[in-house]
Design a protein around this ligand. Structure first.
Ligand code: PHE
Ligand code: CO
Length: 261
C-alpha cells in the first residue's frame, strides 16, 4: 500500500479513485501485521468504552463483530443497510467537501482504507481505517444518529452553495468528532475523534481542565478549533433527538449573521 505523501500532502493512493473518490477496499491486501495492529488498537479502546462511551455507542458495537481483524466493509455494509439504510464506501483518505457531503446525503459513509503505522499507535494526524471505522461506524446503527448524519450531508451541499462550509464544519467537529452527551450515569462521549483516541477519551469526560458547555448552535459555529491537540472546549448534547431538533432549523439566516461579524 502506498504510504508516501502525494502531491496534496495526503498519504493515501488517490490514483485509482473514481470521480466520487470511491476505491476498492482490497481486503486481501492487508498484511497480518496490519490486522494485528488493528486488533491491538481495538482492544485498548474497548477497555475504555464501558466507562466513557455513550450507551448508544456501546449498544451498536455488538452488531459489528469487528474485534479480530480489519473488517471487510462489504460485510459490515450488509448489516448496516438493514439497520438504518447506510453503507460504507472505501476511500483513499480525506476527500473534497462536495464528494464528502454527497456521500453522506446518499447514506454512504466514507471510510479510509489504510491503517496507521505501529509508531502512530497513540497519535495520528490524518484519519485512518481505525479512526473512521471504530470512531464513526458504530453509531450509524443508531437510527436517530444515522438520520441526523444524512441531514448533515444535505446541509453540507446547501452550505457549499451559501459559502458557509467553514461554519458547518465547526458543527461537525464539535458534535460528530468531539461531541459529549449527558446520560443518567454522567457525561459520556459519542464523538469519533474521542472514541478512537487512547488519551482524549478519558480526558474529555473526566479531566478538570477542559470546559464542557451545553450545546449551542451559534456558539459552536463561532468557535475555532485546533486539529493538533486536545480540545479546550467540548459541547454536551442531551440526546441524539436533542441534536436532531437543534440542527433542524434553516441555517441560512444564521450563516448570514455569522458572516457579518
Ligand atoms: N438545518 C440545516 C440547514 O438548513 C441542515 C442541517 C441539518 C445541518 C442537520 C446539520 C445537521 O442548513
Ligand atoms: Co472522523
Amino acid at each position: 500500500m502506498l504510504k508516501e505523501k502525494n502531491a496534496a500532502g495526503l498519504r493515501g493512493d488517490y490514483s485509482k479513485a473514481g470521480p466520487d473518490y470511491a476505491v476498492e477496499q482490497d481486503w486481501a491486501g492487508y498484511t497480518a501485521q496490519e490486522h494485528a495492529l488493528y486488533r491491538r488498537l481495538f482492544e485498548r479502546q474497548s477497555r475504555l468504552v464501558p466507562r466513557y462511551a455513550c450507551p448508544e455507542w456501546i449498544a451498536a458495537i455488538s452488531h459489528l463483530d469487528a474485534a479480530r481483524e480489519i473488517p471487510s466493509f462489504e460485510s459490515i455494509s450488509k448489516k448496516l443497510k438493514k439497520a438504518t439504510g447506510w453503507e460504507i464506501v472505501a476511500v483513499p483518505g480525506l476527500i473534497p467537501d462536495d464528494a464528502f457531503f454527497t456521500h453522506l446525503a446518499s447514506r454512504r459513509f466514507p471510510v479510509t482504507v489504510w491503517l496507521r503505522k505501529p509508531e502512530e499507535f497513540d497519535y495520528i494526524v490524518e484519519p485512518d481505517v481505525f479512526h473512521d471505522f471504530f470512531g464513526h461506524v458504530p453509531l450509524l446503527f443508531d437510527r436517530v444518529y444515522a438520520d441526523h448524519l444524512y441531514e448533515y450531508g444535505k446541509g453540507g451541499l446547501k452550505a457549499m452553495r451559501l459559502d458557509a462550509v467553514k461554519f458547518l464544519a465547526r458543527l461537525y467537529w464539535f458534535t460528530i468528532e468531539f461531541g459529549l452527551m449527558k446520560t443518567p450515569a454522567g457525561i459520556r462521549a459519542y464523538g469519533a475523534g474521542l472514541m478512537s483516541s487512547g488519551g482524549e477519551l478519558a480526558y474529555s469526560v473526566e479531566d478538570p481542565r477542559p470546559r464542557r458547555l451545553p450545546f449551542e448552535l451559534e456558539g459552536i459555529m463561532r468557535t475555532e478549533y485546533l486539529i493538533d491537540r486536545y480540545q479546550d472546549s467540548y459541547f454536551v448534547i442531551d440526546s441524539f433527538e436533542h441534536l436532531m431538533r437543534e440542527t433542524a432549523p434553516d441555517f441560512t439566516p444564521i450563516y448570514a449573521r455569522l458572516k457579518e461579524k
